[in-house]
Design a protein around this ligand. Structure first.
Ligand SMILES: Nc1ncnc2c1ncn2[C@@H]1O[C@H](COP(=O)(O)OP(=O)(O)OP(=O)(O)O)[C@@H](O)[C@H]1O
Ligand SMILES: [Mg+2]
Length: 303
């Protein structure tokens, strides 16, 4: 066996019948660093065990190929993500730029106020994108922390609804709240984060429901658990999408062609926040065109 700089470069075995050395393995140049482990195995397995050495080499080759595949697919995902992100950032920025120009030129008050509304909306959209990216980074590095306190769930849900009332009105989607008759529900939660969660579900319901549809936000309690349910009469979700819907960057195919925006992060962040609250979230849909239902379940804290 010839070893150069820690790598096996040549490996032979004595053929007793022919009384000569038979080449088992010969590398034209140095074996790549990734095969160091294999070299070690070959080094230590003894010349007689050719099969073990070959198997170890084959295994390493397969591992390297799998690694290369993984890197390629990661690279593709990164390019795809940058493409989506650039579009999502470019749209509001372009609208803001032309809106500002228009504000500069127009002497028409009506146009001025309409443009101002658009500017506010697009700036909010930009902030939302950046917030989602920051949240995703925080979650990925385990840095998202909750500031929990006793929360009146009914009041919190009303605030979340107020945030979205205007959007629903503009798209002519009916938004109603069903608080049942069980009285206020108290839980221990981070009010900002929980409002964000309800907001995410309402925003999706708004985005994926056509004009004339309806959305109901229901609150109820059962067996020491509080439930928040957002049910819409919108586009619905195909059965094969349900399982991955809470994964980051997942957006259903059916959404293509639909006037949709976003990075596909809202539900991933929502699920993470709910899990930090020791709760669960699930989704139901009877299929495309049949609406969707998201149900959150949280532990109750009696006051
Ligand atoms: N109420 C709903 N009705 C139909 N499809 C939905 C609904 N909510 C979510 N989805 C599907 O799940 C996907 C992921 O939702 P998610 O909220 O994570 O991302 P997004 O809304 O596309 O973008 P973002 O929330 O990052 O702005 C959506 O793109 C859509 O395909
Ligand atoms: Mg969303």
């Amino acid at each position: 066996m010839v070893v150069q700089e820690g790598f096996v470069t040549e490996c032979t075995r004595m053929d007793k019948k022919r009384k000569e050395n038979i080449m088992l393995m010969e590398s034209e140049s140095k074996i790549h660093a990734l095969f160091l482990e294999t070299s070690y195995v070959i080094n230590n397995c003894g010349i007689s065990d050719r099969k073990t050495a070959e198997e170890a080499l084959k295994k390493s080759e397969q591992e390297v190929l799998a690694l290369v595949d993984k890197l390629e697919s990661l690279n593709k995902s990164m390019l795809w993500f940058l493409d989506i992100l650039s579009h999502e950032l470019r749209n509001p920025i372009a609208t803001i730029a032309s809106g500002l120009e228009l504000l500069n030129l127009t002497a028409d008050w009506d146009k001025f106020y309409k443009t101002k509304e658009i500017l506010i909306r697009q700036t909010n959209q930009l902030c939302h994108l950046v917030d989602e990216l920051l949240d995703h980074t925080r979650i990925s590095s385990n840095k998202m922390k909750l500031k929990t306190e006793p929360v009146n769930l009914n009041q919190l849900a009303q605030l979340a609804v107020e945030d979205y009332n205007l959007l629903f009105e503009q798209k002519k989607i009916e938004l109603s709240v069903d608080e049942g008759n069980q009285g206020p529900i108290y839980i221990s939660a981070d009010p900002q984060r929980l409002r964000q969660v309800i907001g995410n579900l309402l925003h999706n319901a708004w985005k994926f429901t056509n004009t004339g549809g309806s959305v109901i936000l229901s609150l109820y309690r059962h067996n020491e658990k509080a439930f928040i349910r957002v049910k819409d009469t919108g586009l619905g979700i195909a059965a094969d999408m349900i399982e991955t819907l809470f994964d980051p960057f997942i957006q259903a195919e059916t959404v293509q062609g639909h006037n949709s925006s976003g990075l596909g992060l809202g539900l991933a962040i929502t699920k993470e926040i709910i899990q930090l609250h020791k709760g669960e979230i699930e989704v139901h849909s009877e299929g495309l065109g049949k609406g969707s239902e998201f149900i959150i379940c949280l532990p109750i804290q009696e006051q």
